[in-house]
Design a protein around this ligand. Sequence first.
Ligand code: S3P
Length: 437
Amino acid sequence: MTTDYLIEPGGRLFGRIRVPGDKSISHRALMLGALGDGVTHIEGLLQGQDVLATLAAFRAMGVDIVEPQAGHLTISGVGLDGLRRPGHPLDMGNSGTAMRLMSGILAAQPFDSELVGDSSLHKRPMRRVVEPLNAMGACIKTADGDCPPLSIKGGQRLQGIDYVMPVASAQVKSALLLAGLYADGVTAVTELATTRDHTERMLKGFGYDVSTADHTVRLQGGGRLTGCDIQVPGDLSSAAFFLVGAAIAPASTLQLEGVGVNPTRSGVLTLLQRMGADVELHHRREIGGEMIADIHVRHSRLRGITIPEDEVSLAIDEFPILFVAAACADGDTVLRGAGELRVKESDRIAVMAMGLQQLGVTVQEMADGVTIRGGQINGGVVDTQGDHRVAMAFAMAGLRSQAPLTIGACENVDTSFPGFVEMAATAGLGIRTVHAA
Ligand code: S3P
């Protein structure tokens, strides 16, 4: 079954909304909860398909997880050595985070396992985790082209390594730290550009000793994780669609409550403010080691900017919607040093450039980025190639389009943002869905 969005042009966003829980934190909460000693209670868990794939994987390895209800979930942790061999390949669906982080955990288990996913995930590069994990002593094989499925041979003794990541990736860092929990000696991961640090923060919340200095994270294997209570903040990557929607649609004023604003993740806020967006953070507070805030955004006139390359990793998931902001801004927005966007759920540079061009926007595509000239957005049909964030970004573009938009293949929005259509419609977007067999 495919789902298209039909968007009526114009409108404005207003009111107060609370977006679903953070996807990155939800995956990690399940993983550490499963590997912890004792019970972990989670509030605000994202019940999107990506996170549910992680949940199903732990159930298949014998972890008792009560069915989540309205974001509340209880896990009885089995401890670091308590997982059991799954009876079937573990299906990570569309989720690169689930596959890469799980590869770090599974590399250290006494049993063999296999990680599979959907057609998008099977095109994504895995060498970035497989190579350093194998250097730690793991035995992981990929399919041709270094893509999934991953076959992981159990019973290997892992050794801590000192690893400088060639790509700025929190997924790689996290996979190595998770494997490092089981390794002899110290595992040290150095990043050349800042990536989200949810794993480090949450490991500390589970009582594990983790140190960070000069862009290097270190931990010593052989400790224990102690189950705890976790409150998952709203996902800034989901909030970003509404932030930009309200920024570009005349007469909008919108309050987003309880959104995670971890500084390793909040690049979208600074970039939008630099573009002239009227975005204010209120009631900043820390919960369970993560910063959260209420974000207030009003419509304002945006201007194009040159995005500094060292800020790309701080907003890596927000570029589809930032491209829409750029299309509505005065002048050019220039992005370079963002080649990673080509290996996300789709090639986000190509798919966004093609979609915007389809709607009459002037876009110059480069190997590692784009230049977007702000101007009029026409109506028309856009192909998302099944990418959830591309779908939601083009939905918001309807707030400024001259005629209706049809956005194809939006079914994967449920991977990260269940309830997007209802929330967007309540906030004022003219959106409806059409399903086809
Ligand atoms: C994530 C890290 C990012 C991001 C992804 C979630 C995570 O990927 O794009 O959506 O939870 O660690 P990379 O670390 O590969 O850039």
